[in-house]
Design a protein around this ligand. Structure first.
Ligand SMILES: NC(=O)c1ccc[n+]([C@@H]2O[C@H](COP(=O)([O-])OP(=O)(O)OC[C@H]3O[C@@H](n4cnc5c(N)ncnc54)[C@H](OP(=O)(O)O)[C@@H]3O)[C@@H](O)[C@H]2O)c1
Length: 359
């Protein structure tokens, strides 16, 4: 099996560290591994299998000899350095938003539109492939089987997003502000626009993106635009409302999906979701021995803490909207650092290099 020389830019961040774990877990055939971060991490090392690998800063020529570079350091760094990785002969899988809506760039969720990815081992030229926004990825994984079987008419989604979505600094701000709040004090926020301890914030990113003053924030625009691109449905109405909540990890979404052809029973829609790639369906009353939904029992559904550290996109609370027979509601939960970032990035690489992951 060909060994692949891999770079990880942003290796000391929460997504970068998740990349290192998942590369190990899935036994990706790594040859040389080069790790990059900012000057603040100079002198640091990260463990990969039994090796201690030094963290380097970015400089001209650092990508020479690499086959694949994962970028997880932010838009500006990707915009500058991903084209340099490609020029040096490496495929660049980019977690930032820098290239996602560029019509020349693939925006990939392998279960949904992986058929568009080139085959590196068949001699395809290196390119940049964009990894979608974390909230978008779990949404399109849940929508894809419904789109295929029943057709989509419109989608509405309200998100409940964990602080790890804002990186290590987001986690630290939740810990620090909670500790201070328990002592009866308050801490001025710096990562989030308001204090996150014991509260929810209906803003992720900034308002007035591109000068538009229509009340949407940038995270909502990412979900709306990227969903249409990935599902190859440019005219699909998608409406998103995003909220930061004081949970540590995993994002949850309440989704209303209106279908072109609605099934008559919940069992039909649940069976379609259960067969969808990457989905773990959680029927309300649990599953029997043969995997079929049970008729009654204690209520079951995914939560953010439960989904953390797991790979699937969990779907629960599936039920028909009382006000519209063609509209179905569901609760979609997934780990934003895994399927929402590093796992999806690695699945892209597995498809590019035709690698079967460890089961
Ligand atoms: N968190 C998520 O759920 C999530 C999901 C999808 C996509 N993403 C995207 O993934 C990227 C990383 O997010 P994160 O959550 O992992 O953030 P993070 O925890 O803040 O990590 C940022 C990483 O970027 C590095 N970095 C900063 N400036 C750099 C520079 N000048 N040169 C090289 N490296 C530099 C940092 O290095 P130091 O440690 O040295 O500062 C750190 O390794 C972002 O583009 C984010 O939008 C995040």
């Amino acid at each position: 099996l060909k060994k692949i020389n891999v770079g990880v830019v942003g290796a000391t961040g929460v997504v970068g560290e998740t990349f290192l774990s998942i590369l190990e877990e899935r036994e990706f055939p790594v040859g040389e591994l080069r790790l990059f971060a900012s000057e603040n991490s100079q002198g640091m090392k990260r463990r990969f299998h039994d090796q201690e690998i030094p963290v380097q800063t970015l400089a001209e020529g650092v990508f020479n000899g690499l086959d694949l570079v994962f970028f997880s350091s932010g838009d500006d760094i990707s915009a500058k350095w991903a084209p340099k990785a490609v020029a040096a002969g490496a495929f660049a899988v980019d977690n930032s938003a820098a290239f996602r809506m560029n019509p020349e760039v693939q925006l990939s969720v392998p279960e949904v539109n992986g058929d568009l990815l080139p085959k590196a081992l068949a001699g395809a030229n290196p390119i940049i492939i964009a990894n979608p926004n974390c909230s978008t990825i779990q949404l399109v994984v849940a929508l894809a089987p419904l789109q295929k079987k029943f057709g989509l008419k419109s989608v509405r989604v309200a998100s409940y997003q964990s602080v790890s979505g804002a990186g290590r600094a987001g986690l630290e701000e939740l810990f620090a502000s909670t500790k201070v709040a328990l002592e009866g004090e308050s801490l001025a926020p710096s990562v989030f626009p308001k204090t996150i301890a014991f509260d929810s914030i209906p803003q992720i990113g900034s308002f007035m993106s591109g000068g538009a003053d229509d009340g949407f924030c940038t995270e909502e625009l990412k979900i709306m635009n990227e969903t249409c691109k990935i599902l190859r449905a440019p005219n699909l109405p998608v409406s998103a409302f995003t909220v930061r909540v004081p949970t540590l990890n995993s994002h949850a979404e309440a989704v209303w999906v209106t279908l072109e052809r609605s099934p008559s029973t919940k069992e039909e829609i649940e069976s379609c979701l259960a067969q969808g790639a990457g989905i773990e369906l959680m029927p309300l009353y649990g599953k029997g021995q043969n995997g079929a939904a049970l008729a009654k029992g204690p209520a079951q559904y995914p939560t953010q803490a439960m989904a953390s550290g797991q790979d699937p996109v969990y779907v629960g609370r599936v039920h028909r909207d009382r006000n519209d027979a063609n509209t179905w509601m569901m609760w979609v939960v997934s780990d934003n650092l895994r399927k929402g970032a590093a796992l999806n990035g690695l699945q892209i690489a597995e498809q590019l290099f035709d690698i079967t992951p460890r089961a």
